[in-house]
Design a protein around this ligand. Structure first.
Ligand code: B1M
Length: 210
């Protein structure tokens, strides 16, 4: 079994110690960070999501798999983020209210930092008023929101509405993403941009700055 397949297997099994160990080994073998993330960890999460949907596994197993992925990502982060700070733009980032998923958001933040973008990460389950407050305080170029549940997508719309009520909508561009989100939804709620993955999110930030 290749090392990426092993990473996938141990992550599905929720073995954080092995996931971290194998991620280190893969890095030492010179495998590109993007490949480790995509073909190892994200591939594992796709299987985990399928198994959960088919009721072959339940929330505790899904949580263990997420922890294993996070342990592996810790090893890879320094390679992606690097040392140089360029501050190309400032982004306020968060997972919307009611939503506790943060792996995708963290990857987005990591890729942005790697591209020289300053990221202020508000974490998970972020209510509209906290996003609004952060826009006032940090005056970012972009407000970036993540949602992984169809039930939390409406919080993106209500955050945009809250920005409008606060008179801040024209001060900031809004970028959204997450598995159930689409360009169509972004258009519907009046977001300025949508990105399907972390790499695209970086490109979108650059595009929105122009
Ligand atoms: Co949850 N969960 N989960 N979960 N979970 C999903 C999302 C689900 C699709 C699984 C399934 O049924 N197949 C399903 C949602 C169904 C739906 O609404 N359509 C689901 C469910 C139902 C739930 C609960 C309701 C389960 C329950 O309690 N009964 C519950 C909800 C809790 C809550 O949030 N209130 C729940 C809980 C959890 C855990 C806590 C156990 C755990 C999360 C741990 C954590 O994040 N720290 C978890 C996990 C791990 C998953 C799956 C398996 C994996 C998610 C993940 O990390 N993927 C997921 C199934 C799946 O996605 N296949 C599932 C890897 C990650 C890199 O991808 O997050 O998609 P992703 O991010 C991508 C892109 O989407 C994009 O870029 C990222 C990198 O390329 N992206 C952006 C994300 N944000 C972006 C923002 C951008 C741009 C791009 O710009 C701002």
């Amino acid at each position: 079994m290749s090392i990426l397949e092993q990473i996938k297997e141990v992550t599905i099994a929720g073995d954080a110690v092995k996931a971290e160990e194998l991620a280190r080994q893969a890095v030492n073998e010179g495998i590109a960070p993007g490949e480790i993330i995509q073909d190892g960890f994200i591939a594992a999460m796709t299987v985990v999501g399928e198994k959960f949907k088919n009721q072959e596994i339940f929330v505790p197993e899904m949580l263990r798999a997420a922890r294993a992925m996070q342990a592996g990502l810790k090893v890879i982060k320094p390679l992606v983020v690097g040392g140089e700070i360029k501050n190309l733009a400032r982004v306020v980032l968060g997972t919307v209210k009611g939503d506790l998923h943060d792996i995708g958001k963290n990857l987005v933040g990591m890729m942005m930092e790697g591209a020289g973008i300053e990221v202020i990460d508000l974490g998970i389950d972020v209510p509209e008023e906290k996003f609004v407050e952060a826009v006032k305080t940090y005056q970012p170029h972009i407000l970036a929101m993540s949602a992984l549940l169809t039930t939390t997508m409406p919080a993106m719309r209500s955050t945009i509405e809250a920005l409008e009520r606060a008179g801040l909508r024209s001060n900031v561009k809004v970028l959204i993403g997450g598995a159930p989100v689409s360009q169509k939804f972004a258009d519907e709620i009046g977001a300025d941009g949508y990105a399907a993955n972390a790499g695209e999110a970086v490109d979108k930030v650059k595009e929105l700055l122009q």
